[in-house]
Structures are given as C-alpha cells and as structure tokens.
Design a protein. Structure first.
Length: 140
C-alpha cells in the first residue's frame, strides 16, 4: 500500500569503538534519542576549517556558484519568467537555506584564517533562533 509519507534519506557512519561509546554516553546523558542527539550535534556544532588553499577555494567556488544562480533567479522573477511549482520552489528554498547556513558556519570556522585575533564568545545564532521560535510558539 503506497504511503504519502516521504522517508528522509539515511546518513550513516562507522565511528571507532571509543567514539561510539562517547557518542552513546553523551546521547544518553542528554536525555535525547541518539538520532536527535547526533542531528543536533552536527547542526549546532562549530565547523573547523582546515586552512588549505583547496578548501578555501571550494568555499569561494560554491559562493560564486550560488551568486550566479541567485542572479539568474532574480532576472527570471523581474522578467516574469519565474515558473516553479510550489514543491520545486520549496525544495529550492530549503537547499539554499541549508547552503547559506552552512556557508556562514564555515566562514565562522575559518575566521581564524582571516582575523588576527581568535573569534571568542560568538553566540550560536541557530540555537538562539530556535529558542526564539519556541518562545513565540509558547507565547513567552
């Protein structure tokens, strides 16, 4: 029987025995399901950028590609040629939001390559945004 429920793709990895024990201990103590703990850990953690020219060039190339696509979309919107189904538009929006958030996080993680002083005490803006959304839901 077909289901209207779309399954999310699986992401899997094989940590070392030691890393697995640490992950399981932290997940258990957090009070979250392991999948939620790992997801939140990946989404809200700092991204450490290794200062190799190839990595920096990849970031620059992705940003330039995003800029070119956004310019194309803007031209289509202004000309009236922008035709996407709601589903395609939502997918495009999700893809670019994910890329933009990741790019900001990567640039934050690479800040030490460009700034003379280490970046200290930066708030995790994604966690703050999520807390604000919860406050709005709870009307606090």
């Amino acid at each position: 029987m077909p289901s209207n429920h779309k399954e999310h793709p699986t992401i899997s990895f094989r940590p070392s025995e030691w890393a697995r024990k640490i992950i399981e201990q932290r997940a258990e103590l957090s009070g979250m399901y392991k999948k939620d703990f790992i997801t939140r850990s990946c989404v809200y953690s700092n991204i450490v950028v290794v200062g190799k020219n190839e990595n920096i060039q990849r970031i620059v190339d992705e940003a330039q590609e995003m800029q070119a696509v956004m310019i194309e979309l803007l031209e289509q919107i202004y000309s009236g040629r922008f035709k996407l189904s709601d589903e395609s538009y939502n997918q495009l929006k999700e893809d670019y939001m994910a890329f933009t958030i990741t790019l900001v996080d990567i640039l934050d993680g690479a800040a030490y390559l460009f700034e003379k002083e280490a970046v200290k005490n930066r708030k995790n803006w994604k966690a703050e945004l999520e807390l604000e959304q919860y406050r709005n839901i709870l009307k606090l």
